[in-house]
Design a protein. Structure first.
Length: 203
């Protein structure tokens, strides 16, 4: 059993080696490192691994991390980002097309999720079955520390303010101010700066 475990670790280390090399070469290595730090904290992992080993851990056990890693590599070298996918297959139903994504994006589960934003700030959180997409060629701009929870839809040229939360299954097609929790279809504000309220969104 111990031998099997060792063989499993060795095979996966070999499998991850090309990704570890590219991570070390990438011009945007600092952003990938911030992603890794964020995933360590969001997944409550405290394994005392070096960064490159955490990278391999996330590639192995969190298929949605692969899509984010390949998105980061694509910003540096599109060919490398394509070729590397033969070692760890990306999650089929997760699509990331944003022009710009700040460091520290955490994707929880990530299946059936399309992220088509103009830009996404730092340290955002996106759940499964989320759609961020366009209306008439205009895509959302998402601020920093925004959390978009399960099944939510954010569409059109809207702005989602810093530190705001989009509730499960909400539909957002108007601007969301900073520090708000919005829920429902159409979404309305149920909390602003931590205080309960009921406010409709303005376009
Ligand atoms: C496999 C997995 O588990 S993956 C993780 C899946 N989980 C998620 O995606 C989390 C989704 N979380 C939510 O939707 C949460 O309700 C949040 C984050 C939006 C709101 O959380 P809080 O800030 O704590 O707000 P709170 O729970 O106090 O709700 C405020 C009001 O909004 C209502 N509300 C909260 N969420 C929703 C929602 N998704 N849709 C409609 N109404 C909602 C509440 O009933 C409450 O209404 P009331 O004031 O009339 O009683």
């Amino acid at each position: 059993m111990k031998k099997l475990k060792k063989a499993w670790c060795f095979i996966n280390l070999l499998r991850g080696l090309p990704s570890i090399i590219l991570y070390n070469l990438a011009a945007n290595k600092d952003i990938i490192e911030k992603d890794i730090d964020r995933w360590i904290s969001c997944c409550n992992l405290n394994l005392n691994f070096p960064k490159w080993l955490y990278l391999n851990w996330f590639l192995l056990y969190y298929p949605q991390f692969r899509n984010l890693f390949y998105y980061r590599l694509k910003k540096w070298n599109i060919i490398a980002s394509k070729l590397i996918q033969i070692f760890y297959r990306p999650l089929d139903s997760l699509f990331i097309y944003a022009d710009n994504i700040g460091p520290g994006l955490f994707i929880q589960h990530g299946f059936s999720t399309i992220i088509n934003a103009k830009s996404i700030g730092e340290n955002c959180w996106i759940n499964q079955q989320v759609t961020i997409g366009y209306i008439k060629d205009k895509c959302p701009v998402i601020g920093n520390n925004v959390r978009i929870t399960a099944g939510a839809i954010v569409v059109g040229g809207v702005n989602v303010g810093d530190n705001s939360v989009i509730g499960a299954n909400s539909v957002v097609n108007k601007d969301v101010p900073d520090n708000c929790v919005v829920v429902g279809n159409p979404a309305f504000v149920v909390k602003r700066n931590g205080v309960k309220t009921k406010e409709y969104l303005n376009s």
